[in-house]
Ligand binder design. Structure first.
Ligand SMILES: Nc1ncnc2c1ncn2[C@@H]1O[C@H](COP(=O)(O)OP(=O)(O)O)[C@@H](O)[C@H]1O
Length: 184
């Protein structure tokens, strides 16, 4: 049970849970948002391309995102497993992920959905204060989640594990680990 994807609206706590879960499961945490922010911070060509999308809350074009993920998954530490956070974010990206894994003859074990009511999500984001956490950009990211990312729940219906994302960090990671155990 080591190749996992974490899905949930912005503010669902994916990043926080991913850190806790990747420690417990001993797999690398791969966050596309963090990878993009690192590129922007280091002013790489990819970062220069991605910056305006991050600033506005739009998705970075699939061609850029997919290549970045492909390279990250090719690194040795991702061979035995990974926890993807923020990717895929639409069904096209999910298809590309399927191709990347197919080339290595492996498949996803589970897609974990963190379920959090929208008012809780917005309150969390407003108090977080990251550069892209202004009200307008938050609203745009939520819209994109509904229109682009939520269809993944259908796409992954067969391996979807839905977990209540309201509670303490430990409570929620405990729920995820239990749900993964109960599944097999
Ligand atoms: N898979 C992806 N495809 C396209 N853009 C992405 C992807 N992952 C992250 N991004 C970009 O990075 C931004 C921040 O992502 P992330 O850190 O996951 O934040 P959040 O989960 O709060 O939306 C997104 O708004 C988007 O611009």
């Amino acid at each position: 049970m080591t190749r996992l994807v974490l899905v949930g609206p912005p503010g669902a706590g994916k990043g926080t849970q991913a850190v806790a879960l990747s420690e417990q499961l001993r797999v690398p945490h791969i966050s596309t948002g963090e990878l993009f922010r690192a590129h922007v911070g280091q002013e790489t060509p990819l970062g220069q391309e991605a910056k305006r999308y991050l600033d506005s809350g739009e998705l970075v074009p699939d061609s850029v995102t997919n290549e970045m993920v492909r390279e990250r998954l090719a690194e040795p530490d991702a061979k035995a497993g990974f926890l993807l956070d923020g990717f895929p974010r639409n069904t096209k990206q999910a298809e590309v992920l399927g191709e990347i894994l197919g080339e290595a003859d492996v498949t996803l074990d589970a897609v974990i959905q963190l379920q959090v009511p929208e008012d809780v999500v917005v309150a969390r984001l407003m108090s977080r204060g990251r550069a892209d956490d202004t009200e307008e950009v938050i609203r745009r990211r939520q819209q994109i989640y509904v229109s682009e990312t939520a269809p993944l729940l259908e796409y992954y219906a067969g391996i979807l594990v839905t977990v209540d994302g309201v509670g303490s960090v430990e409570e929620i990671s405990g729920r995820v680990l239990k749900a993964l155990r109960d599944r097999t």
